[in-house]
Write a protein that binds this ligand. Sequence first.
Ligand code: ATP
Ligand code: MG
Length: 243
Amino acid sequence: MRPIVELRPIVEAAAVSRSYGARLAVDGIDFALCPGELTFLVGPSGAGKTTLLKLINREIRPTTGQLWVAGLPAHLVKPSRVAELRRKVGVVFQDFKLLPRLTAAENVAFGLRVVDLRLSDQEARERSLDALEAVGLGDRGDAFPHQLSGGQQQRVAIARAVVAQPPVLIADEPTGNLDQETAWEIMDLFEDIAAWGTAVLVATHNVEIVTRLKRRVLTLVHGRLVRDQPAGQTGRMAWLASS
Ligand SMILES: Nc1ncnc2c1ncn2[C@@H]1O[C@H](COP(=O)(O)OP(=O)(O)OP(=O)(O)O)[C@@H](O)[C@H]1O
Ligand SMILES: [Mg+2]
């Protein structure tokens, strides 16, 4: 049965390639991400996962092809308009990248300041505490990063990434520094964020989680998209054989 409201993709890649000098890191990729969808990006080390995420965030530009993010052409965007595109994309890293001298709430507020410089301190704090509440840390707003566990620090980083409600969230190996139980909690959070309507793309090597969650899986090998497995299927992790 077709959905009553057909969702339009929020990210669309058409024949996207990216080279570093002579090395082709992403090779002619086509895919689309829709709002409300949690998608895993898997593949052996060096397959091009981080490169693909950086393209979506317009940290780098495609060498060829077209990449549309929230209606903006990331393949064309001039440096002067990069900030506009980046506001559409929340980013989560393996090593959290929190500012050590700021509290959890101040770190999250940083995510708001980037989007809206006119926001009052009080409003920024209230919205940051709301975001921390949403990730299960409502009572830790005044804690500094070193006073939090790795999983809690990653929750703060996720709150910072989503506090301005970007339509797209990308995460590069977000559970790589966490134990498996904590990794599951973080993935639960990504499922919640997708359920709020965000398109979430998570690059990961965590085979157990990818296999058990049965979400959509994009597999990259040598820069090529070799498999696009829809949600609900249990696929062979084809890339394992080549990793
Ligand atoms: N800044 C760069 N300059 C030159 N080559 C690069 C650069 N970044 C990545 N590469 C190369 O591009 C290819 C893809 O790298 P990428 O980091 O995207 O892989 P990955 O799938 O994220 O790997 P991993 O699972 O180890 O994180 C690799 O061959 C890598 O060596
Ligand atoms: Mg990587």
